[in-house]
Design a binder for this molecule. Sequence first.
Ligand code: IMP
Length: 430
Amino acid sequence: MSKNVVVIGTQWGDEGKGKIVDLLTEDVAAVVRFQGGHNAGHTLVIEGNKTVLHLIPSGILHENVHCLIGNGVVISLQALIKEAKKLIENGIPVFDRLKISSGCPLILPSHEALDLAKEKKLGKSAIGTTGRGIGPVYEDKVARRVLRVSDLLNKDSLREKLKNILNYHNFLLTNYFDEKEQSLDEIFNQLLDQRDLILPMISDVSGILDDYHQQKKNILFEGAQGVFLDIDHGTYPYVTSSNTVSAAASIGSGVGPKRLDYIMGIVKAYTTRVGSGPFPTELHDKYGEHLGSVGVEFGATTGRPRRCGWLDVVALRRSVLNSSISGFCLTKLDVLDGLEKIKICTEYKLHDKTTSNFPLEISELDNCEPLYEEFEGWEDSTKGLKRFSDMPLNAKKYIQAIEEMLHLPIDIISTGPDRDHTIIRNNPFS
Ligand code: IMP
């Protein structure tokens, strides 16, 4: 029987989704991105070679797999072409494998300028965005003024539509933000140049997905960012501008929710976050330094150091609830190797009361003191292990404790960056 599997991040992004998507792609006909844009950074390591993808689905390295960009994704044509050309130089025929929905909003250079100007104006309260224009383009989508991929099809009306949107952007840039104007001619000519490469890839993504379903083929839906960066369910306002919960896979690809069979939640063995916003289990001690340096915790898109902390089960319970997680994939367990003790936050203390719930007011997360259960660490390396039975006893206990706390199985354990550094206990496609 064919299956539709969704892979999402259950924390603040950077859980290691790219590697797992690449791995699970062995069993699928297509991989679909459904939200976000080139703010994402998915790192794949295959036989020691590292590839970082931002916009193109992480299945692209596989022959005979279609990579689809669904309507929920916002596209910078400049970023897309740059990423594609780099892959093509390495022998990957990107333009043969990639299809793009006609409904994707287009990120213009003026969206980037607005993103940077907004952050500058916010000063100390800045969100810490990736500066890729993501927020402004989703704003324009909701305001019904955005250019969509389908607008590239009609060259004659394209300039007029672009003129209207730039009038608005330039008004904001010059009058509100005190920034430079963006040139209509320059952006229009850029779009015309990019258009020829893009036109052959424009497709009916939801139609293609339905065809695969009829042909009983497996599909993988690749999320970007993580549940706590969700515009509705995340740590607002310190979030991205798309929905990152599992339901977005349906809206952002045009496949009805009843067709999603298994939701895989990717969870890092500890927690990280890039950018501003609350983070109850954040560490500022030698353990935090260990996680950051051994885990090489630097943003794949911006290179910024990630904030690090212990695993937070109060937050993860929320992810399970918001995203109907079927099972987990635990990543970067090897980063914990050699620590004498490891902690998991099981409850928060808020205004002298103990709670196992996320606070109603997100800003209260800043006042939540994490309460921990402590675990003994392990000396032996788990790096590259391929069998659960080879794990050090205390690592097994740590994994089992997470399963018990979340009442869900950890179906895959990633023990290193390479494709084969993986323990598959239950393949979601089988
Ligand atoms: P934006 O998505 O560029 O608007 O940034 C909003 C917030 O989401 C910032 O805190 C970013 O650091 C964060 N963010 C966006 N994309 C990613 C990602 O792929 N991984 C981790 N954090 C991200």
